[in-house]
Design a protein around this ligand. Structure first.
Ligand code: AMP
Ligand code: ZN
Ligand code: FE
Ligand code: FE
Length: 290
């Protein structure tokens, strides 16, 4: 769904090489400046390692940086991701949770490679480490290696045939319940926002509402309503839930650079424009807490 931004656009969901994006934090911020974005949220998967560079580059390029993180959460139906905004990357509580999540990831990657080996696709962990350049290794890196070895034609085939949830090479990763994740975000002083609700695979709007009401009780602060996969109906459903449960509206492209070439910074699949008002509302909520 396209919205008009009178006061400038922002993009509150982006990834860097600290996780599975292909641009460094500095490259990402430069791209945001070139695209005329007023603000970006830097929200790497389970790490805050890119935030310092992003912040510094934000000062140099004149782009407002909202320090963020994207946590994977255990959910019975689909992929639940929780975004944290205005995180304090030095928070000992957040560091502790991220360490546990990163360890779970490190245990998971060899298990995925083992499964692939059983399916006749051999990939060495060293190769993934080199590709990740010290960042968090995730399924997109494995998918890229599968393409490189000629095991599949594309990243999307790697996911559809093998790596997707429930696929033959799938290994679950999350160790955080929604309550743990919301608490971890709050302990770092940040706001907790439900990322891209479409990935929860809910059957009806009522089902989504039931979950949102439960998470609101746990302290949820907002919902990522503007997202390229969200059609008009889902966007409106999410905006309605924000109003009903007093949640902040956010939005973003989920930019990953070359790792997801069809997604453009600020524009998503082409139809996105997240109004800067989202940043103002987020900040207002954040300041009323601290
Ligand atoms: P992980 O954190 O290792 O579970 O991997 C999650 C990443 O894989 C996220 O960036 C997702 O967007 C990406 N991903 C999930 N499904 C697909 C898909 N079908 N095609 C490309 N990337 C995907
Ligand atoms: Zn990702
Ligand atoms: Fe996500
Ligand atoms: Fe993301």
């Amino acid at each position: 769904m396209t919205v008009q931004c009178d006061t400038g656009c922002c993009d509150l969901h982006t990834h860097t090489t600290a996780s599975d994006g292909s641009d460094t934090a500095r490259e990402l911020v430069k791209l945001a400046a070139d695209a005329g974005l007023r603000a970006i949220g830097v929200t790497d998967h389970d790490t805050v390692a890119g935030l310092k560079d992003a912040w510094q580059a934000g000062i140099e390029y004149g782009v407002e940086i909202i320090k963020g993180v994207e946590l994977s959460v255990l959910h019975p139906c689909g992929n639940m991701h929780l975004l944290g905004y205005f995180v304090d990357e030095e928070s000992p509580q957040l560091k502790e949770v991220l360490k546990r999540v990163q360890e779970a990831r490190s245990r998971r990657n060899p298990k995925i490679l083992e499964k692939l080996k059983g399916l006749g696709m051999e990939i060495d962990i060293d190769e993934l480490e080199e590709m990740a350049q010290g960042g968090q290794i995730g399924r997109p890196h494995i998918a890229r290696a599968m393409v490189k070895h000629g095991y599949v034609k594309s990243i999307s085939d790697a996911f559809s045939y093998y790596l997707k949830n429930g696929g033959p090479a799938y290994v679950p990763k999350s160790i955080l319940t929604p309550e743990d994740a919301i608490e971890a975000v709050h302990l770092s002083g940040a706001l907790a926002v439900l990322a891209h609700p479409f990935s929860l695979n809910f059957r009806t709007g009522k089902q989504l509402e039931k979950w949102v009401a439960e998470w609101k009780e746990m302290g949820l602060d907002g919902i990522e309503c503007y997202y390229s996969e969200h059609g008009k109906d889902l966007t409106e459903l999410c905006l309605g839930l924000c109003k009903k449960y007093d949640l902040v509206v956010t939005g973003g492209s989920d930019y990953h650079g070359k790792a997801k070439p069809h997604i453009r910074l600020g524009k998503g699949r082409g139809n996105l424009c997240v109004p800067y008002k989202c940043v103002e509302e987020l900040r207002k909520r954040y300041e009323s807490r601290s």
